[in-house]
Design a protein around this ligand. Structure first.
Ligand SMILES: [Zn+2]
Length: 147
């Protein structure tokens, strides 16, 4: 029986599973993740998860600056930001648009990233995953700018 080392969806670490589709280390992990996703007051659902995406970080900063981080709209914006990163093509475009609308509504608009100012790309340039993600980010940014 092959086993897989997977990352628990709640962010508590890795675990051995019999199926590559397993998401939770323990049933408690699933409950905890669901509770956090439901928006426990003050809880940061992404705390302890893997390094955050720059877009999500940017949105979080803007929300914090606008004092909107713990509002429903703020949480929706963060959720959308994460989905933009996971989405591709037209899905990413419409999610970015939605994100922009939420941010506009609450008065927190992400500062545009100046083209050519991307120090993070210097570190791991030939990393395929990073490269793919950078392309997605660029796409999302374009879509957001067009929106
Ligand atoms: Zn867990």
């Amino acid at each position: 029986m092959p086993s897989y080392t997977l990352e628990c969806g709640c962010g508590c670490g890795t675990f051995e599973a019999k199926s590559p589709r397993a998401r939770w280390k323990t049933p408690g992990c699933k409950k905890r993740a669901q509770r956090e996703a439901a928006g426990t007051a003050g809880a940061d659902p992404t705390a302890g998860l893997k390094p955050e995406d720059p877009l999500v970080t940017a949105v979080r900063k803007d929300l914090a600056a606008a004092n909107q981080l713990e509002t429903v709209d703020g949480q929706i914006a963060l959720h959308l930001a994460k989905q933009v990163k996971a989405a591709t093509g037209t899905a990413a475009g419409s999610l970015a648009k939605e994100l922009r609308q939420v941010l506009d509504r609450i008065g927190a608009t992400p500062a545009p990233t100046p083209a050519g100012d991307q120090p993070k790309t210097a570190e791991v340039e030939d990393d395929e995953v990073t490269e793919a993600r950078r392309r997605r980010e660029a796409k999302a940014r374009e879509a957001a700018d067009r929106a």
